[in-house]
Design a protein around this ligand. Structure first.
Ligand SMILES: [Zn+2]
Length: 233
């Protein structure tokens, strides 16, 4: 008998012996329900200078699950939301970095919000992101840290419902690009960012064709896909 089967047998045995089987079953379901941590929620709200509801915070975690077929990207987004990623302030606290400072602008602590938003290099790369977005959609959307980093407040930015998913994917890829550049200690660039988008676009297209889901793929990538497809040719 496999270990899984043994585990299920135990639950069935306990269920049959329970005084109130429905309550017993309910408690199992409730114990598995994901509750996003409040501490990180408060920190993100302070970093973004904005308040949001617990339901919106929970929604952030649901969004990342369907953001892409790329498991590495989904895993990064989950850790990012939990602030469980490398930045010098945290690395120094863990004894893994000599300094808390940002290597690109000394005397500035490299906190998570500095690395991903406030550092001049991060500002430049987010400007590339929004320029690319506005070019693709012929729009004049302004940068918003809550929307770009966490995926909250897209409605107030004038992002249409059908475009939310691709906005969240591109903004997550931008965060991921900053993260990877930090890991290899390389400067970010517009070309590097677009290459990251293109890489994701191409791998999702290959899988969409294989699984006969090209219309869904084209609907998701929409104007961004049209822009990137010129680069593939
Ligand atoms: Zn900096």
């Amino acid at each position: 008998m496999r270990e899984d089967d043994e585990g299920h047998m135990k639950i069935i045995d306990r269920l049959s012996m329970a005084e109130h089987p429905s309550k017993f079953f309910y408690n199992i379901l409730v114990s598995n329900k994901f509750i996003p941590p409040a501490e990180q929620n408060i920190k993100w709200q302070a970093d973004c200078g904005k308040q949001w509801s617990e339901a919106e915070w929970l929604q952030c975690f649901s969004n990342y699950r369907t953001i892409s077929i790329n498991n590495k990207l989904r895993s990064f987004k989950y850790k990012f939301l939990l602030r469980n990623i490398p930045y010098n302030q945290r690395l120094h606290h863990m004894g893994k970095s000599d300094s808390t400072d940002c290597p690109k602008c000394p005397n500035n602590i490299e906190s998570i919000i500095h690395l991903y938003w406030e550092c001049p290099e991060a500002e430049r790369i987010w400007q590339c992101f929004i320029n690319f977005w506005n070019y693709s959609y012929n729009s004049t959307v302004a940068l918003n840290r809550g929307a770009c980093l966490i995926g909250i407040g897209l409605d107030n930015m004038g992002i249409q419902k059908k475009d939310k998913k691709i906005f969240q994917l591109l903004s997550t890829l931008t965060c991921y690009y900053i993260h990877l550049s930090k890991c290899v200690q390389k400067a970010t660039s517009m070309e590097g960012l677009i290459y990251k988008y293109l890489d994701c676009y191409k791998s999702e297209k290959i899988i969409a064709i294989r699984k006969n889901r090209l219309p869904i793929f084209l609907g998701k990538w929409d104007k961004v896909g049209e822009c990137l497809s010129y680069l593939v040719l």
